[in-house]
Design a protein around this ligand. Structure first.
Ligand code: T6T
Length: 333
């Protein structure tokens, strides 16, 4: 397996493994942010609020954050919304804010709706780390850690175009507008797809993170566009819904699917051939890095303002490679 190492990314020429590791901003001067030195980090109260508590992406993130916080003797607790909804996440944020934690890690479910509350908690002295999703206001957060979602969207587009023999119609189904991560994936995907003149990109559909909605959307799209050759699923629940929708329509394997993430149901669908490419993120790295940055801040060390974590394009051909399967998400710690 030959490897081409270019700046900031590692492309394995013969496999379909594309590991993208980017880091913007600078690591701390010591380069050892969060090197386990307890220092000011010990006993600090740190709270994590994820986008959706039951989501394996966030469960994987939480497990890693919890373990890193434990190693630093932090007082760490995690919670998350039951659904991807501002009206559910806001009361969670307000109750955490009332307890005046030293640090808050949060995946805001909207790029602006929660900003006033986040600025308020920040002005009361809580250090905010934005994990996975972010907000438009640059004054929020001492650190922002996520995948390079635009790049992941481009990877999905190129993989899907190849599977579709560069022709036919393609549709994007995602969560809802105003989610920084999935919006960036769609941007990267559609910009990259423009390079394929014989592929028609249909209007993006939104499923509110509900698999059943994605399933019915893909079936109605198939009815309206018989030449549908590919689908890009913006996240886990969407990928699950598209997989079952294609099976109901008897189109599994015929219509090619590139889906973000690698939670257990998506991995099973990849193995079964209803999904063809998974763009897996590294939620564990996001969770661990955020704890390390908060610890660095508590210790008075420099903090990375924004950092990108790696991703891997997974297919049936490479999914059994331990270097790839280590990116599969967990449903429990
Ligand atoms: O794709 C991830 C996450 O990156 C995104 O912000 C929301 O959806 C997931 O949690 C997967 O469901």
């Amino acid at each position: 397996m030959s490897r081409i190492r270019s700046k900031g990314s590692l492309l394995v020429a013969t496999g379909v493994v594309l590991t993208l590791a980017t880091a913007a901003g600078c690591t701390s001067s010591s380069g050892k942010a969060g090197s386990g030195a307890a220092g000011g980090a010990a006993h600090k109260k740190v709270r994590l609020i994820t986008g959706v508590k039951s989501d394996p992406f966030y469960i994987t993130m939480t497990c890693a954050a919890q373990s890193e916080a434990q190693a630093k003797d932090m007082d760490f607790q995690a919670d998350g919304s039951a659904q991807w909804d501002v009206s559910i996440q806001r009361p969670l944020l307000d109750s955490v804010a009332a307890a005046r934690p030293d640090g808050l890690m949060i995946s805001p479910v909207d790029t602006s709706a929660l900003t006033p509350s986040l600025k308020q908690i920040q002005s009361s002295g809580t250090k905010v780390a934005l994990v996975d999703t972010t907000v438009s206001d640059p004054s929020v957060g001492i650190t922002r850690i996520s995948s390079d979602n635009e790049k992941g969207g481009r990877v999905a587009a190129d993989a899907l175009a190849k599977l579709m023999n560069r022709k036919g119609s393609v549709v994007v189904i995602s969560v809802k507008p105003g989610v920084s991560t999935t919006d960036a994936r769609i941007k990267g995907f559609t910009e990259e797809m423009a390079k394929y003149p014989d592929i028609k990109v249909l209007p993006t559909l939104y499923d509110n993170d509900l698999p059943a909605t994605a399933a019915s959307q893909i079936q109605s799209t198939l009815a309206a566009h018989p030449d549908l050759g590919g689908v890009f699923a913006g996240n886990t629940n969407t990928g699950q819904g598209i997989s079952s929708g294609l099976q109901h329509a008897g189109k599994q394997g015929t219509v090619k699917v590139a889906a973000f993430d690698a939670e257990p149901d998506e991995v099973a669908a990849l193995k079964a051939g209803t999904l063809q490419v998974l763009v897996a993120q590294d939620p564990a790295a996001i969770g661990k890095d955020a704890v390390d940055q908060l610890a660095a801040s508590f210790d008075g060390k420099s903090v990375t303002k924004s950092a990108g974590t790696s991703m891997v394009a997974i297919t049936k051909a490479n999914m059994n490679d331990p270097a790839v399967s280590k990116y599969f998400y967990k449903s429990h710690c």
